[in-house]
Design a binder for this molecule. Structure first.
Ligand code: AHR
Length: 653
C-alpha cells in the first residue's frame, strides 16, 4: 500500500498518531509566585465504609463490649447437646459509658461463644495475636480455651487463659497463628464449672503500625504515610453531624481508657437502603487521641472537625438553639486545650496520661461539616467569637455546603467573605467532565476573600454517590487535570483532599474511595496514585506556566502547572493530556542558565479509560519512573494520550 506523503513525513518525525504541539509552553522560573502551603495536599478520613472499626483500627472482635443495639450482634453460642450453659446480658447503671457485660454460666459440658469478626477476621501465618478480656469470677473457676478457626473448623491458633480474679481485672494471653486466613472466627470455650462476668473481649494482631498494642493496621497507615500528606482531617464528614444531635460525634467520648469510651451507632449504618450495614458501630478505640497521634506519625497537621450544633441536613437537620450552644462551644475550647494545653490543665493532663505530654500543636479546627443555610452562619459566628478571643492563632475552617455552586453555595460564600472567615471548605462530587471543565475554577476567584480548602472531591464515574461509581483511570485523570488549577492558585487554595479515604470491599456504603481493603490486603486506586504524585511533588512556590500567554487549562485538552522546590532547587512540572492523541511539547524554562543533564519523569496511564486497580492487580494503573536526558534549558516531551506526567529537573549553577 502506498502511504500518503504527509504520513511518511510524520513517521520520519516520529509523530504519527500524535498531535504536534501548537506553541511551546513557557515556565517563568525567574518569576515565582505564591508559596505552596505545606498543608496543600492532605487526607480526609471519615469513618465510613468500615474505615475505622473493621478497617484502620486493628481490633478483630466485633461488638467487644456488647454495646451494639442488639447486645449479642456478632456473637453466637455454641454447645454440646448436654450443656446447660447460658449467657445473661447485664446492664449496670454505674458505668454509663460501658453499661453492658455478659454473665456466663457453664456446667462443665462443652459450651462457648463465637465471634464472627468484621466480615471474618484476617489472620496471618507467623503473626502474634494478643487476646484480652475484663472478667470477674462470680462462682467457681473457669478457664478460657481460645481458638482461631477457618471455615472448615481447622484451628489456626490456640491458647488457654484461666480467669483468676474475683474482682474486675484484665486477663491477657498471646499466641501465634499457624496459617493465613482472610475470614477466620474466634471460638471461646469455657472450661470448668462456674459463673463469670465478661466484658471488653478483644483480639489484636501484634504487627500493628509501630507495633503499638491495640493499634492501627500497618499496611493502611503505610499507604497514608507514603503520601507525605500535609494534613489529616478527621473524623469526617457527615459522621461529625450525626443523624440527629443525640447521635453526633462527641470527641470527649473518644478519649481516656478504651473501656470508658461511650460507643455510638455509625450514621452510615442505615443511610443507604441499597448498602445497609446494620452491624456498623463506633467503639472509638480509634478516638481523638489516636487521630492526633496518627497525624503526628505521618507528618500531617491535625485538622479535627467538630459538630457546630447542627445534625446532618440530609437527615434530621435539627439544630441547637443559638442560646444553648455553650456546651458545643466549650467542646471546641476544651479540644484545643486537650491538643495544646499544658499538662496542668484538665484536658492537657488527660493527653499526658494517655502518653503524650508534649502538645500536638493544633493549628486548624473545622466548625461543622457540610452545613448550610443562615442557621449555619448564626452558629458559626458564635464559635468564631469564642475561639478567636481565646485562641486567636487557631485557623477556623467553615463550610460552603455540599455543592460547589448554586444558591446555597453562593449564600454561604458571600456571608463567609463578609465575615472574613479564615478558610472555607468547598466540596465537589462531580463528573469527570466537570473536573476537566473546572480546572480554571480559581483563576478568577476574589483574592481578598477567605482561603480555600478543597475538602472533599472525587470524580464520579456514574453519578453522585451512585453505588456503581468506580475508581477508573478517567476519574483519576480528570482529578489530575483539575488539580493543576488548585496548584496554580495555591495563593488561595491552601488545602485539598480526596474523599472518602477508605473502603472495605465487604462493608462499604460509598464509592469511589481512595484506598480499598479487605481483611488482609489493601491497595491504592489510580486516584490514590494521582494524589500521591501531587503530594510527594509539591514544591514550595508556584511558577507561572503558559502557552501563548494563557494558562494551560484545557485548550487542546492539555492542563499544566509548575512549582519550584527550594530545598532541592528543582522545577516540578505537572502535565495532563486528556486527549486521545499523543501531544509533543516543547517547554521553555525561562530565566534558567543551566539544568542538570538528567531529569526524572513519572508517567501514569491506564490501558483503557475504565481501567482500575484491584486486589489481584493493585498497581495496574500506577506511575512508571524514567530518567530524561536534558539538553540546554528546553524540555521536549511526548505526552501519551490520556496520561499524567510529573517531571522534576534540577537547576544547576
Ligand atoms: O465522603 C462522604 C460524604 O460526602 C461525607 O460524609 C460528606 O461530607 C459528603 O456529603
Amino acid at each position: 500500500m502506498q502511504l500518503p506523503k504527509l504520513y511518511k513525513t510524520l513517521i520520519a518525525l516520529g509523530l504519527a498518531g500524535q498531535v504536534a504541539a501548537q506553541t511551546p509552553l513557557v515556565v517563568q522560573v525567574n518569576k515565582p509566585k505564591a508559596d505552596v502551603q505545606p498543608t496543600m495536599w492532605g487526607l480526609f478520613f471519615e469513618d465510613i465504609n468500615m474505615g475505622a472499626d473493621g478497617g484502620l483500627y486493628a481490633e478483630l472482635v466485633k461488638n467487644r463490649s456488647f454495646e451494639f443495639t442488639t447486645p449479642l450482634m456478632g456473637w453466637r453460642e455454641s454447645r454440646s447437646t448436654k450443656s446447660t450453659g447460658s449467657v445473661l446480658v447485664i446492664n449496670r447503671a454505674d458505668q454509663p459509658a460501658n453499661p453492658r457485660f455478659l454473665r456466663v454460666k457453664t456446667d462443665g459440658e462443652k459450651y462457648g461463644l463465637i465471634n464472627e469478626g468484621f466480615r471474618g477476621m484476617g489472620i496471618k501465618q507467623g503473626v502474634g495475636y494478643d487476646f484480652s478480656i475484663l472478667s470477674k469470677n462470680v462462682e467457681g473457676n473457669l478457664t478460657l480455651k481460645l481458638e482461631l478457626v477457618n471455615g472448615e473448623g481447622q484451628v489456626l491458633g490456640t491458647a488457654s487463659l484461666p480467669l483468676t480474679s474475683n474482682d474486675w481485672k484484665k486477663h491477657s494471653v498471646s499466641f501465634t497463628a499457624s496459617k493465613t486466613e482472610p475470614k477466620a472466627k474466634l471460638n471461646i470455650w469455657f472450661e470448668g464449672k462456674g459463673t463469670a462476668d465478661l466484658d471488653m473481649i478483644s483480639l489484636f494482631p501484634k504487627d500493628t503500625w509501630k507495633n503499638r498494642p491495640g493499634g492501627l493496621r500497618a499496611d493502611l497507615v503505610q499507604l497514608l504515610a507514603d503520601m507525605k500528606p500535609g494534613f489529616l482531617r478527621f473524623p469526617g464528614g457527615c459522621i461529625v453531624e450525626g443523624y440527629d444531635l443525640d447521635r453526633r460525634y462527641q470527641w470527649k467520648n473518644t478519649v481516656g481508657p478504651i473501656e470508658a469510651r461511650k460507643g455510638e451507632i455509625n450514621r452510615w449504618n442505615t443511610e443507604f437502603k441499597h448498602r445497609l450495614t446494620p452491624d456498623y458501630f463506633q467503639t472509638f478505640g480509634l478516638g481523638f487521641f489516636e487521630y492526633f497521634q496518627l497525624s503526628e506519625d505521618i507528618g500531617a497537621e491535625p485538622l479535627p472537625i467538630l459538630n457546630c450544633g447542627m445534625a446532618c441536613q440530609y437527615n434530621s437537620g435539627e439544630v441547637v438553639p443559638v442560646d444553648e450552644l455553650d456546651p458545643y462551644v466549650q467542646d471546641a475550647l476544651d479540644l484545643i486545650e486537650f491538643a495544646n494545653g499544658s499538662t496542668d490543665t484538665k484536658w492537657g493532663k488527660l493527653r499526658a496520661e494517655m502518653g503524650h505530654p508534649k502538645p500536638f500543636n493544633l493549628k486548624l479546627l473545622g466548625i461543622g461539616n457540610e452545613q448550610w443555610g443562615p442557621q449555619y452562619i448564626d452558629r458559626y459566628v458564635v464559635f468564631e467569637k469564642a475561639i478567636k478571643s481565646k485562641y486567636p492563632n487557631v485557623r477556623l475552617i467553615s463550610s460552603a455546603g455540599p455543592n460547589p455552586d448554586g444558591e446555597v453555595f453562593g449564600f454561604l460564600s458571600g456571608k463567609l467573605r463578609e465575615l472574613k472567615a479564615d478558610i472555607v471548605d468547598e466540596h465537589y462530587y462531580r463528573s469527570p467532565q466537570w473536573f476537566m471543565e473546572n480546572a480554571n475554577r480559581y483563576d478568577d476567584y476574589d483574592r481578598k476573600g477567605p482561603k480555600i480548602f478543597a475538602g472533599e472531591y472525587a470524580s464520579q464515574s456514574k453519578d453522585i454517590a451512585s453505588q456503581n461509581n468506580k475508581n477508573t483511570w478517567l476519574c483519576a485523570l480528570s482529578e489530575a487535570a483539575f488539580m493543576t488549577g488548585l496548584e496554580r492558585n495555591a495563593d488561595m487554595v491552601h488545602m485539598a483532599s480526596y474523599a472518602p479515604l477508605f473502603a472495605h470491599a465487604d462493608g462499604w456504603q460509598w464509592t469511589p474511595d481512595l484506598i480499598w481493603m479487605n481483611n488482609l490486603q489493601s491497595y491504592g486506586t489510580p486516584n490514590y496514585y494521582v494524589q500521591k504524585l501531587y503530594s510527594t511533588n509539591k514544591g514550595t512556590k508556584v511558577l507561572p506556566i503558559t502557552a501563548n500567554n494563557e494558562w494551560v487549562a484545557g485548550k487542546n485538552k492539555l492542563y499544566a502547572s509548575a512549582t519550584w522546590d527550594e530545598p532541592t532547587k528543582e522545577i516540578i512540572l505537572k502535565l495532563v493530556n486528556t486527549s486521545d492523541q499523543a501531544q509533543t511539547e516543547t517547554i521553555n524554562l525561562e530565566g534558567v542558565k543551566k539544568l542538570d543533564s538528567k531529569a526524572k519523569r513519572w508517567t501514569m496511564k491506564g490501558a483503557e479509560l475504565d481501567s482500575e486497580n484491584s486486589f489481584e492487580n493493585p498497581k495496574q494503573v500506577s506511575p512508571t519512573e524514567e530518567e530524561l536526558a536534558v539538553k540546554g534549558t528546553k524540555l521536549n516531551l511526548t505526552l501519551a494520550p490520556q496520561s499524567f506526567s510529573v517531571i522534576r529537573v534540577k537547576v544547576v549553577k
